[in-house]
Design a protein around this ligand. Structure first.
Ligand SMILES: [Zn+2]
Ligand SMILES: [Zn+2]
Length: 321
């Protein structure tokens, strides 16, 4: 338990340092001036909960789902073997490229499938996009990524992050960079490498930007799958939910998707006239949400039952000891 607390404190400490460093850089050329400090404080409050749940449950779920399935059906995993052909920096680049492919589809699903949009919309409720928005995620985010990214990725490839330190560093830092409140046009490079302007377009509440630029590292996936939007040189739109909904308390943030899934009414502040330019924007699809929600829940329960024995106890003994 002490080890877990130390890791948690160290993770939070590192992230706060990174946020602090970025907040200094953001002052140089902000995309948006006069962002309230309260917005960043709110994101840090959410981070304390999000990080704790991710640390406690994501490794356990990975062991339960990926670990146990792989042990039971080794032939169904690592279907394409390329890790042995790569070395050094290429391992890192190919790993990130593959990771971003799976992230792209998970993220696109979060936007196009009402069930997952209910979970993802908290991230998009940010009206003052900045470095601290990076981990403004609902606490289910990392758990869903086990099913939608870690599992399919380990079925498809035998890719392992070479030099784990470097990959961890890039994976950890790049998302902070793309959320930064920075006026930094990358020009033609925007199609190859994600930056703060391309991701700001993803967070925009303008109709023409809706559901664009999903990739976190390589917008090439957006170009290939037809969701890329190339920003003009001075295109730094306002951000937030096009519906005008707002998340104002941590309780709303924690409860948000469940309110939608279980029909307990709107968990958010009602749509108010905020002078939003995207007032005519249609809401995300909600069709078949309940059907799909229960289908996925049922599958998750089945998988959990199949793999639960053993790993859970081992994890908690590990955490406890
Ligand atoms: Zn999104
Ligand atoms: Zn984002």
């Amino acid at each position: 338990m002490l080890e877990l607390l130390t890791t948690y404190a160290s993770d939070i400490g590192k992230l706060l340092l990174i946020y602090a460093a970025f907040s200094l850089v953001e002052r140089l050329r902000p995309a948006e001036r006069g962002q309230p400090l309260r917005a960043a404080v709110f994101n840090v409050e959410n981070l304390l909960i999000y990080q704790l749940i991710s640390l406690l449950l994501a490794p356990l779920l990975t062991a339960l789902v990926v670990g146990r399935l792989r042990a039971a059906h080794p032939g169904a995993f690592e279907l394409v073997r390329i890790d042995g052909f790569l070395d050094g920096a290429w391992k890192t680049v190919v790993f990130l490229f593959a990771y971003d492919f799976f992230y792209y589809w998970f993220h696109r699903l979060q936007h196009e499938w009402g069930f997952l949009w209910a979970q993802h919309k908290f991230h998009h409720s940010e009206e003052s996009l900045n470095a601290t928005t990076t981990n403004r995620h609902h606490w289910l985010e990392d758990l869903l990524r086990v099913f939608f990214i870690a599992l399919p990725m380990s079925i498809a490839f035998d890719l392992k992050p070479a030099g784990a330190g470097l990959v961890t560093f890039i994976i950890g830092l790049w998302p902070v960079f793309i959320h930064a409140n920075l006026r930094l046009p990358l020009g033609p490079l925007s199609r190859l490498v994600a930056g703060p302007q391309v991701h700001r377009i993803h967070h925009s509440l303008e109709a023409r930007h809706l559901d664009r630029n999903y990739a976190a590292f390589f917008p090439l996936w957006d170009v290939l799958f037809g969701t890329y939007y190339h920003p003009g040189r001075d295109e730094y739109p306002r951000t937030g939910l096009a519906s005008g909904e707002r998340v104002t308390t941590i309780a709303q943030a924690l409860w948000l998707p469940f309110g939608v899934w279980f029909g307990r009414g709107a968990a958010l502040a009602p749509v108010a006239a905020q002078g939003s330019s995207g007032s005519a924007t249609p809401p995300r699809p909600k069709s078949n949400a309940v059907f799909w929600a229960w289908g996925v829940m049922f599958l998750m329960v089945l998988v959990s039952l199949e793999v639960f024995a053993g790993e859970a106890g081992r994890h908690f003994r590990l955490v406890g000891g």
